[in-house]
Design a protein around this ligand. Structure first.
Ligand code: ZN
Length: 311
């Protein structure tokens, strides 16, 4: 059990403006900013982490905001929808909220026996709020305007659009331990029973779909969760044995990571639960100050001078 992939760890996407991104996710959607750091490969831009109170795996949505980046295009070889789990009867609340904040949304629909509400973030990143068929007992982060009866509880699923189902399905089934649960037309729902939530990947197969462009408003990568960096290395061996290229273990301060491109073209990451987001600030203070990796500490003043003010 403990050696398994434990559903989603985090999802990372690209935004155009840091301030607008911060306002939307903390105020409109009501997530908690749990970590404010920089892109380790580009320290003059933020890496913003949003999640529940403690930054639990399966609730973490992160952004690289590049102020002047162009808008991407949804297409194949991309993760194209991010699903959040919401309480039953919360749709009226969200519909009013989207209306009041000029958010683009669709009417409530249903798939696989679950109701969902689609909306776009200010950069066009596509989301679904889904009322899960399975009980979701995760404690949401609450704000002044969004109480637990409406608040998002963390991820429900991620959707990947692909030209060809099987190669990506093989990774999910043979390496990650997921199973095909259901399919409808060209949407195939895969699930792992290793965890009760954030455990769904939908593959949408569209043979003729053009390749998506990863830029503003698109998902950069999808990270799956393992217990610790020992399990991480077991998966590294499995992925290599399957003939896929995979990075060495990378220290991301809050977790250890491996990256590989799955055969359908989406960048997958495997991330460990250890050491976690409380390593450099208490739960109460999470997200309140800019955290820099050691190698950039001596440039703090210069870096802060380049970063937009968030609040
Ligand atoms: Zn990541």
């Amino acid at each position: 059990m403990e050696d398994r992939i434990l559903g989603l760890h985090h999802i990372t996407a690209i935004a155009s403006g840091a301030k607008r991104n911060f306002d939307f996710y903390t105020r409109v959607l009501g997530l908690r900013l749990i970590k404010k750091t920089v892109n380790f490969d580009d320290p003059y831009t933020y890496h913003l982490y949003y999640g529940d109170k403690t930054g639990s795996a399966g609730t973490i949505l992160t952004f690289f905001p590049w102020e002047s980046i162009q808008t991407g295009r949804r297409g194949s070889r991309q993760a194209t929808e991010i699903g959040y789990s919401v309480p039953e009867s919360s749709f009226d609340f969200w519909l009013k909220r989207f209306e009041a904040n000029n958010i683009l949304y669709n009417k409530v629909s249903e798939k696989f026996g679950e109701s969902y509400l689609t909306f776009l973030d200010p950069d066009g990143l596509k989301f679904e709020l889904t009322v899960s068929k399975n009980q979701d007992n995760r404690q949401p982060w609450e704000t002044d305007e969004i109480s637990a009866e409406n608040a998002t509880k963390g991820f429900h699923h991620i959707t990947i659009t692909t030209n060809k189902l099987q190669p990506t399905a093989d990774v999910l089934i043979n390496i990650f331990g997921y199973q095909l649960l259901q399919s409808s037309v060209n949407r195939y729902r895969f699930v792992t029973d290793a965890v009760p939530n954030a455990n769904i990947v939908d593959l949408v197969e569209i043979p003729g779909e053009g390749i998506g462009q990863v830029a503003g408003g698109s998902v950069h990568h999808v990270a799956f969760r393992v217990k610790d960096d020992q399990v991480l290395m077991k998966f590294r061996a499995k992925i290599e044995a399957a003939g896929l290229n995979i990075t060495e273990k990378i220290d991301r301060n809050y977790f250890y990571s491996l990256y590989f491109r799955e055969p359908g073209g989406v960048l997958f990451e495997i991330a460990s639960e250890n050491p976690g987001f409380a390593i450099d600030e208490t739960v109460e203070l999470m997200g309140s100050s800019l955290k820099l990796p050691e190698q950039y500490e001596n440039k703090r003043e210069e870096i802060v001078g380049h970063l937009p003010v968030l609040d």
